[in-house]
Design a protein around this ligand. Structure first.
Ligand code: S3P
Length: 171
């Protein structure tokens, strides 16, 4: 039998800079659920930062760890889970989320994303090349897949609080 809605975790997906962590934290508070950041869990499990994991072990090893950690988190009590931008691209993770979670895509414009990621320099995928061009390429690759999410929220320039309200209305 399918997992009842009340037993499902809420899984935020979307590109870097979409606001998954900030929105996730606030959403969790509103729903009185725990908040977990998958990237932070991966770092804790590995005992290394994400840039270190990419550098020392390569992206495929990071993706394998990401898949394991998210599967584990989805097996726990319902919570709000922010995932790294690439997580939902993995077919196993998508299947796990479909089985046990409710996925929410925080969809944002390129301009907004580029402005937001500019503030943080710790993302391995943005270490080389032009940030805008990389983000555009990731948008083209990922948006068709993110579109499989259960709920889509257009998070334009507005404050994260408005995004939280929009999610609460759609849940
Ligand atoms: C990645 C996004 C990052 C992190 C890693 C790879 C991606 O998470 O998982 O750097 O592939 O888009 P955020 O989306 O939280 O920045």
């Amino acid at each position: 039998a399918p997992v009842p809605l009340a037993e499902r975790s809420i899984v935020l997906v979307g590109l870097m800079g979409a606001g998954k962590t900030t929105v996730g934290r606030r959403l969790a508070r509103r729903l009185d659920l725990a908040f977990v950041d998958a990237d932070a869990e991966i770092e804790q499990a590995a005992g290394e930062t994400i840039p270190e994991i990419f550098e020392r072990h390569g992206e495929p090893a990071f993706r394998a760890g990401e898949r394991r950690v998210i599967a584990r988190l989805l097996g726990a009590a319902p919570q709000v889970l922010a995932t790294g931008g690439g997580a939902f691209m993995d077919p196993v993770t998508r299947a796990n989320v479909a089985a046990r979670g409710i996925s929410i895509w925080l969809k944002a414009d390129l301009d907004v994303l580029v402005k937001r990621v500019g503030k943080r320099g710790d993302r391995p995928l943005l270490q080389t090349g032009d940030t805008r061009a990389t983000m555009k390429r990731l948008m083209d690759e990922r948006y068709p897949v993110y579109a499989e999410a259960d709920i889509i929220i257009e998070s334009l320039e507005g404050p994260h609080e408005a995004v939280v309200e929009a999610i609460l209305e759609k849940l």
